[in-house]
Design a protein. Structure first.
Lengths: 212, 242
């Protein structure tokens, strides 16, 4: 089996140590870091994401795969500088104000990064103002918001409203998700899209960024 | 009031209450605060909500303590208020129900990932649940309602803690499932059968589900484990949308 496949399988198995060693081997064999990333790490994450989408595997498996992904990325990063890692697009991401839950949002981040999308992670308990400011400052055209509670999901409406009043409506778009959030709710508040879960977020975000 | 266990043993159907989050938002829960904040700052809203549910015919009314375990309150800087929040939340419902219906003490997830996936040791979670359960029981709760769990280890920590804290009080325990091509699982990968068996083995008197978002389309609801078919079970619908 070639090294790239082995790396992908190491990701799928959630074996961070194996992925780290294989990534180092790949660099020692002078394989391009971009290939090790795209055809190794990210190819493995693609399989993990697809299997999670089908619920063939569950959250714990995805978190282990993510751990392996980041172990590999840590090895490759110094060699990817200078355009080695093509970025498909960028997105600002956070859990809305009042929501201190990270697990779901982090999972979305993992999935997006695993698909080659750069994430500006604002963390949790993010006020509407900060979402908008970060998107403007970073020149990002898409804001992803997560809420785990019925009591915090109305905050998403504020972000959409703020984009309108600041004149960014259409220029900066929004996608929402989280356990209590539905497509219907997203439509109702005027968000541009909704993702059922982290795995689905990848295709929705790619669609919004026009890189599908 | 008649002993709850006796009613459950007879197979009587009891009606729970409904959503709490949406109602407390209507009554002025600030955006940046957790629902437990109301217990300290606006308890009259909780008394009112409990009263409405009694009037609507609920047999049990739930306390505003879903997130009142130490680990979860700590996220809001309220770790020092575990005892006070749980005690007062029970008092609010007791005041409203006046002994007419049961006070169901809500115990929700910590919001943390347990080791080895996360950095929270199960023992730490269990200690937090034990502390919460003791405060709820001391204030006069009639039963524990461990709810909306997805990790069976965490769920059993909560059930065991409640059971050990006050053996005389019944424990109801539910997990949240979603439909997959292979049947119902929690997002952590726990199938229904294993969940129900695990909760029962940990000491739950009533087991069931708190519905996830796909629940309305469920053609079959998660059943009890084969260990005690026909034993008490619980089911609640999808959360309301604000």
């Amino acid at each position: 089996m070639d090294l790239l496949n082995e790396i992908a399988q190491g990701i799928e198995a959630g074996d961070d140590e194996r992925v780290r060693i294989l990534a180092e081997e790949g660099l020692a064999e002078r394989l391009p870091a971009g290939d090790l990333l795209q055809r190794g790490l990210l190819a493995g994450m693609k399989v993990v994401g697809d299997r999670f989408k089908r619920r063939d595997i569950f959250l714990p498996d995805v978190l282990l795969a993510a751990r392996a992904l980041y172990a590999g990325l840590a090895v490759l990063k110094p060699h990817l500088a200078g355009g080695g890692a093509p970025v498909l697009g960028r997105v600002v991401l956070g859990s809305v104000q009042g929501d201190l839950h990270d697990i779901g949002k982090n999972l979305v981040r993992i999935m997006l990064e695993g698909a080659g999308i750069e994430v500006v992670d604002l963390g949790h308990d993010v006020p509407a103002e900060r979402f908008v400011e970060a998107a403007v400052a970073e020149g990002v055209t898409l804001i992803g918001m997560s809420a785990l509670l019925t009591t915090t999901m109305p905050r998403m409406r504020e972000v959409v409203g703020l984009l309108r009043t600041r004149g960014f409506h259409g220029g900066i778009r929004t996608i929402v998700g989280g356990a209590p959030v539905s497509a219907e709710f997203a439509r109702e508040i005027g968000a541009d899209d909704y993702a059922f879960d982290a795995a689905h977020a990848v295709e929705r975000v790619k669609g919004l960024l026009g890189v599908a | 009031m008649e002993d709850l266990r006796a009613r459950l043993a007879r197979g009587e159907a009891l009606v729970g209450d409904g959503a709490l989050g949406t109602l407390v938002m209507e009554r002025g829960l600030p955006a940046s605060r957790p629902p437990e904040w109301l217990v300290l700052e606006k308890p009259e809203a909780l008394v009112e909500v409990a009263r409405l549910y009694v009037e609507a015919g609920a047999d049990l009314v739930t306390t505003d303590t879903f997130g009142a375990s130490r680990l979860r309150l700590a996220m809001h800087g309220l770790a020092g208020d575990v005892e006070r929040i749980n005690r007062r939340a029970v008092e609010c419902v007791r005041e409203a129900v006046g002994g007419r219906v049961y006070v169901s003490a809500s115990v929700g997830p910590t919001g943390r990932l347990l080791a080895p996936l996360g950095d929270t040791e199960p023992a730490e979670a269990e200690a937090g649940f034990a502390e919460q359960a003791a405060a709820l029981a001391a204030a006069g709760a009639d039963l524990f309602c461990v709810e909306t769990m997805t990790d069976l280890v965490e769920a059993t920590c909560a059930v065991r803690a409640a059971r050990a804290a006050v053996p005389r009080l019944p424990v109801m325990a539910t997990m949240t499932f979603e439909r997959t091509p292979r049947g119902f699982f929690t997002v952590m990968g726990v199938p229904v059968e294993r969940a129900m068996r695990g909760l029962e083995e940990a000491g739950a008197d009533v087991v069931g589900r708190t519905a996830g978002r796909e629940a309305p389309r469920c053609s079959t609801s998660p059943a009890r484990s084969s260990a005690t078919p026909g034993g008490p079970s619980s089911s609640s619908p999808t959360p309301a949308s604000p």
